[in-house]
Design a protein around this ligand. Sequence first.
Ligand code: GLU
Length: 450
Amino acid sequence: MTGSVRTRFAPAPSGLLHLGNARTAVLNWLFSRREDGEFLLRFDDTDTARVDAAYIAKAERDLSWLGLEWHTRHLQSERSAIYAAAIERLKASGHLYPCYETADELAARRASLVRSGQPPVYDRAALRLTADERRSLESHGRQPHWRLKLGDGALAWDDLIRGPCSFEPAAIGDPVVVREDGTPLYILASVVDDVDLAITHVIRGEDHVANTPVQIALFGALQAAVPLFGHHSLIVDDAGQRLSKRAGAQALAGLRDDGLEPRAVLAWLARVGTADTVAADMGPAEMAATLDFARFSRAPVHVDHAALDHANRQILSALPYADARPRLESMGVSGGEAFWLAVRPNLSRLADARLWWRVVSDVMPPAPGVSPEDADYLAMAAGLLPETLDGGAFDAWTRAIGQQSGRKGRALYGPLRLALTGRKDGPELRLLLSFLGSQRARRRLLGETA
Ligand code: GLU
């Protein structure tokens, strides 16, 4: 299939993209890369009640931040002529039929079916209307909506993630696909787009499984090849609820503001729901090459901030100086590569490098934390501090402290670290000290905050 694969991500711009949407985008993008194909972006922006065009630019910004690139971009709102032509074809070929029931009439009919224990599917009453009856309804101002007439055979597909799936048309009932105003519903517009844009694989959330049999019927009615479908499980929050675009929950923009590296988010999204993880140095090409839908579980996936943080730390601890440099410089961190290599294993966010730079460059004096009982010990350590701290000087210094005080391990290093950095943990003390310099170190050991 090399070269011919086309996938798409088709969000409705009704809110900020969240991790769940992003996962769909990432899987489509990686899959198209794996197959040397193309990834398209389509905005399902026809539902004017829910859509806000400002979210289109925001979605593009968020996807770009994540590192995704798309071949072409399409707006459903600009494609109405294509839908109109398809609707005419479907009417002409007898696949659509006009229906005149009001929403209230349909609701009443459904309720009575449910009461009598039958599935609440449409009874095809409109198919029994005569031409005269239709004319009379229309002359009384009733505009028809249009249903797709489903065939008798099972609507089945072999899902890339869920395996064989099959639905009986009788259990679905003929769906409405065109509104009274002549515009298509999502279920039809999406198929017309997928045909027109030659989409070969539709990878999306399992909330769309119920749409798939109808869409398969629509591809057939349009005499088009049916793409392959893959429905992944949904990402849920701590309470087990689906993420909502309207609530802005777990939005990519929020993760960006929180300082997460896009590659950490990408790495998590690429493999969450499988037993696999992505190594810190794995780039998108390798993530794509090793993507395997057979490894995806059908269970819902929980948002896992600890896993995102872990991925972030891993990425930072392997981030080359060349990549970090412009960002460090823009934060005023000027310690060069040596400083970056010293602090990167200890960063939860890249911006934490600035904190450590302040600690060693004395812009921010360390927080007081030296206990009075350690004061003598630290004064002794200050007395032993050599003038220069390169080479083996640090080891020689701490050895001498150990000999004089009888301390070792945490008892030896803990008070030193606290006095020198104001913190209990952090990058290797020996490395920090080389940036701190002997004079400043001495002052801090003596409790002088200047
Ligand atoms: N606009 C739909 C959604 O966001 C697209 C579904 C599809 O991929 O077909 O859920």
